[in-house]
Design a protein around this ligand. Sequence first.
Ligand code: PEP
Ligand code: MG
Length: 840
Amino acid sequence: MLTTPDFTEITPTADIKATRHGSRAKCLQRLVRLDLPVPLSVALPFDTVRSIAKGKLPNMQALMGVFGDGALVSVRSSSQAADWGGPGTVLNIGMNDAVAARLAETHGQDAADALYLSFIKAYAVDVLRLDEDIFDEPITPRLAKSYFEDETEEPFPQDPGVQLTEVLRSMARAWEGTTARLLRQAQGAPADAGLGLVVQQMALGIGQGISGSGVMQFVSAQTGKPQVTGRYLPQGQGRAALDEQNAQFVESDARGPALEDACPKPVAALREAGALIRTRLREELQIEFTLMNGELFILDAVRCPRSGQAEVAIAVALAEDGVISKSEAMLRIPPFTLNQLLHRQVNPKAPRDMLTRGIAAAPGAATGKIVFTSEAAQAAAAQGDACILVRRDTSPEDIRGMHAAQAILTERGGMTSHAAVIARGLGLPCVSGATRLQLNSRKKTLTVPGRKVFHEGDVITVDGSSGEVLAGTAEMIEPALGGAFATLMKWADEARDIGIRANADTREDAEAAQRFGVDGIGLCRTEHMFFDPIRLTVMREMIFAEEPGDRTAALDRLLPMQRKDFTELFKLMQGQPVCIRLFDPPLHEFLPTERDGIRAMAEAMDMSVSRVASRIESMQEFNPMLGMRGVRLGITVPEIYDMQARAIFEATIAASDGGAPVVPEIMIPLVSARREVELVKARVDAVAAAVRAETGVAFDYRLGVMVETPRAALRAGEIAESSAFLSFGTNDLTQMTYGLSRDDAGRFMSAYVHQGVFPEDPFQRLDTDGVGELLLLGAERGRAARPELVLSLCGEHGGHPDSIAFSRTAGFDYVSCSPFRVPVAKLAAAQLSVQDKELP
Ligand code: PEP
Ligand code: MG
């Protein structure tokens, strides 16, 4: 074994580390330890490669000496994590006139010419970065060398030492290039990530007898289920078999010729190697191999490429077979991978014709005909047509259209705007804030600058996972629940130590939440229960009421509807906690904005159009999100909260009858002062007392506060005195901490992120520094005043692994997120507790 400070021969006992030599070098050592036929290989550590990039070479004579005179070698990159990339492999280094002549004698002239020619090209194009065109036409090695000389004014180097030096230099420098740096940083590599290199003796794959090269794996890249997949190219090198039309199968296959038909022994050896690798290296690897006159060599093995579905299936199967622990299986799966299993996705391998990009507001993808109104969406759905609802932004009026559509696309808005929140709740793909789009809802056109004008009925695809909008249809991959996914969720439930609830407003949401096995409902936004057209009309009557008596009449009609909603939710959740937020949004959000709607409303209310219009205008606010909403509405029009409290208590009694006793949680939104809580609490307590007296039935409930203004966080101590729980609404809290409109920030967010003002959109990823400080202050002050105070986070951030880590460290009891984010949240939570247990 040869070890110098500059390089180390890869032997079973050599000191090879992924953190110093890269993951490929480490993997090769593991293959060597398994006694697999790996050609002689040498690893150059990160430091050596850094020095090469700066112009200081290792001892080249010693390096060449490892392989002996006349040897051909390859050089492969070996970064610390495989997905950090690295320059491509260079094969056949050492080819020159003398070696070519010798090869011609042993392997025939054609084989020698093919090898020499391919090396000259690779050296010129990949190493010296010459133009590929100079080798366009069919040429011989002699001609190629003369073209090379024309271009470089130097003869093609014959000295293997010179060739290897140039290859090492070019690979070392490529790693330092801007593109390579950006690409790996996007994969999470640190700025100073190093590159290792592996120099390996060539096993040619070209020559006499059965010679060739291939690639083989033992699971399907799509499903992760056991399935041998492989390609073999007779007289081929490298991974060429994967691209060549005339490649063969590896195992015998009815679809065409296979290596196994001609030569079964190496295929049996490969199968054995695959099984050995799986159990001993504890991973499904893709093997690159070469046959030289029937003799098998294993040159390299990389982690099998895999879809999200395969990622889960492989990890779960390895754990079920006892190869890895359940904890390790959970840790191996990046939580967001699960999104690929929950929703339809555009096949990443399929071509995509991108029109524009917006905010990836709700994952999944759908294709459909463009519609511009909620009515058109419902009409399309009635005819069985898939449609995409395209709006400037959405409002409660659009809810039925959103239900009818396959996906939502909005010109405005961000991660927490109406469209995004509702789409995530419904499990619909959504791209919001696609600001380059020019929408003309009157002419019903959608213009994509530089592309065409789209009309109603034209087909587009919305990819809410990437934020892309595509022209026409796209090839899709179906969701994959059940099986390995269900097993993984069970393990996550056993491991996690923070509660995961769902934000659910409707029966459908609650059913989805139950399917994903939540610990309860953490946020029921009651205003979302009023989007049904019949209810909307009654709601509008209530809003429009000028006399208290008229308002009471409207509320009396809303009461049974709400009671029914809550009874249904409580029953569905079977005794699990359900946290109901009292009415939150500004009232005028429930009023029509367009002429048709105003006319319809005037008819329904028996009022003149102008009177309706002026009344609507009188309710408009300059800053509705900072205006008369949330608890402010509860204080100024207290009858609304009275009605909701009564509905909740009556539903509690109804749902507890014969079922698990229900203890409803009632949450007051947008609080900023202690007195607000005291006032609402006094009225809610009075309603509870009245319902108890009327029915003679006892019940409990818990009243809490939604902390979503900075003042509420700062004054959490005094607010907690009258609250059983505090739930941080980080959507509004982010909006108010930054002074940043959650509905308008999409317009400049990408510029802000691009210029590094914000590391990321704070509505997508919790700002743990600023907003986080308020959460910590609020939690600390609240718990100091009331140690048993239940704490949670229920903004859209709730499903993000970072926020879960933050909430867990801060000692919160649970997070609450859209139902379709629950699986990601569960896995992230499980990973955190497993990591804590394993690395105390
Ligand atoms: C919040 O503000 O974080 C929240 C959950 O409430 P909403 O999104 O309904 O304003
Ligand atoms: Mg809010």
